[in-house]
Design a protein. Sequence first.
Length: 666
Amino acid sequence: MLGLVPPLPQQPGRPPSTGHMIVCGDDALARRLAVELRYVYGERVALLLPPGRDANAPETPLTQRGRAAALFGRMSAAMNRAGNGTAGGDGDTNAGVEAVRIMEAPEPSDEVLEEAGVDRAAALALVYDDDERNIRAALTARRLNPRLRLVIRLYNRKLGQHLEELLDQAAAVSMPGIDPALLDASTTVLSDADTAAPALAATALTGSSKIIQAEGLLLRAAERPPPRRGESADPGLCTLALLSSTTNDPAGAEGSESSGDEAPLLLPDERAVAAATGRGTVVLEAISRADPDQPAARMGGRGAPLSQVFSRRLRWSALGVALSALALVIASLLTTKDSALHSTYLTLLDLLGMNDPAEDAPPARQIIQILSGMAGMLLLPLLIAAVLEAFGTLRTASSLRRPPRGLSGHVVLLGLGKIGTRVLVRLRELGIPVVVVEEDPEARGIPLARSLHVPTVIGDVTQEGVLEAAKIRRAHALLALTSIDTTNLEATLYARSVKPDLRVALRLYDDEFATAVYRTLRTAHPQALTRSRSVSHLAAPAFAVAMMGRQILGAVPVERKVMLFAALEVAGHPQLEGRTVEQAFRSGAWRVLALDATPPADRAPDLAAVPPYDPASGGATPPSSGLVWDLHPGYVLRAQDRVVIAATRRGLAELLRRRRTAASRR
């Protein structure tokens, strides 16, 4: 049932049995998360995988265990070539000790979790693709070890919130008398779809913003192009990253580490920013108050219901008839001595053909009656058309909308699975026109597309005519997000043959394969912007930091790197405690952005949560946030402070390792 990784460099023995991390999963996210924990944070890892081949992976003879062993072997060899040994770096006590164990089991049962050492583990990640399996294993693990830090992958966000409360409450009941503050990070529910969707949506846009939420505030990290000659760059609140000089070049290397000074630089200092000419930047641009979650807008805006029932031509026709009736009423008032009410009444009767002939009336009255009768003849077909259109609209209200004729500048989205559905919501929140292509009419996101009135094409994207039906020739970008790599690649190649300069972002299962495909497409189409993304690569950093017990407010992708925003208690961090904000800044590693000025007893445990709406307030402005963003560089950080930092993955890992080392020395 279990086995050790085939011989890996510098890992001869079995990992110690306490304080390790356990990762349970059935796809690439589990393997990527285990690599992140081992080679970024230097943790001991037990990886539990189901036997057999990964059902979501491309065709390969490797089993789950074989793919994991190969991945660990490549990472270990890369670390050795870099001269770093294992990922622990300075002060890593795990160097030279086997720190990875791979187990195989169909289910994370009681016996399997006990064999993995769940009762002595520091954290457990449950990242199966099945929500029910993750929930069942989480309940079992909480019973076996109430102190265990749990990180759970769930697609259902509302269920995840309730599950967090339930598991934290179970931990508190199992350990009476323990300080509740120690349980704040005991359970974290994340969604790989929610984590990766903003990055995938941003690849279809230029100059798009990445939004991070903290204590009811929205932090906007905006990507800005290089300033023109004679212009000065606006640093915003602070500069978070320098982009590679080729990031806006379709043939650029997208953050290749081999490009030396041209590679993207996270958290640069002022000297690096001043010396970076001709390079784009990512800046912390604005801070605004967050509102409760709003549903994504429908295509074309909310609009009046009338515009969804009756066509524009019918509405213009009705307006013409109404203006004609108004003109007849005014003419009757001017030529007769009747009151306005009586003139309107007679005109309506004439329009409907219900009035008696005006034989003994003055000529003016007779002429108005004839004109009213002619206008009434136009009214009858108008009423019939309105009834037919209303009936047709109501009949097709539950059906999918077809792409309109004149649509252009839109994004073609392939696939409405878990990832595609979240990306669709994100694009509609940004007001981006979208056309969806989905092969399965019963796919997860079809009801959402129907409710948002998003134009949808049902069909196999690899078949001729399907992308043409989605107006690919006039599209701004293509997002290929199906779960099949070959389908995404084939659709991309066909779309490029139709429109060579099309902006393309495709989802690929394996990050190495994504890099290889990106380089090939870049070479074949040097004038078109191409981006390839692996969901596991985008989501793994957030899961790893949550396993370390740190609150992640968000993750911002910068080309092929990831920058994290986290909330940290200053106590126990020697690189922060007792230092000024300026001294605590380390270029390329971490930077203090804000200070939580709220007294410790009144602090919200979750900075990413929007304050709940209070009906008694009558919609009044909620209380101001306790976060201070304009920190003076000379402010000395105290042990009782809580700060919001931006950090690289390795920078945050170094902070956590130093804290762990300092705690062990005490």
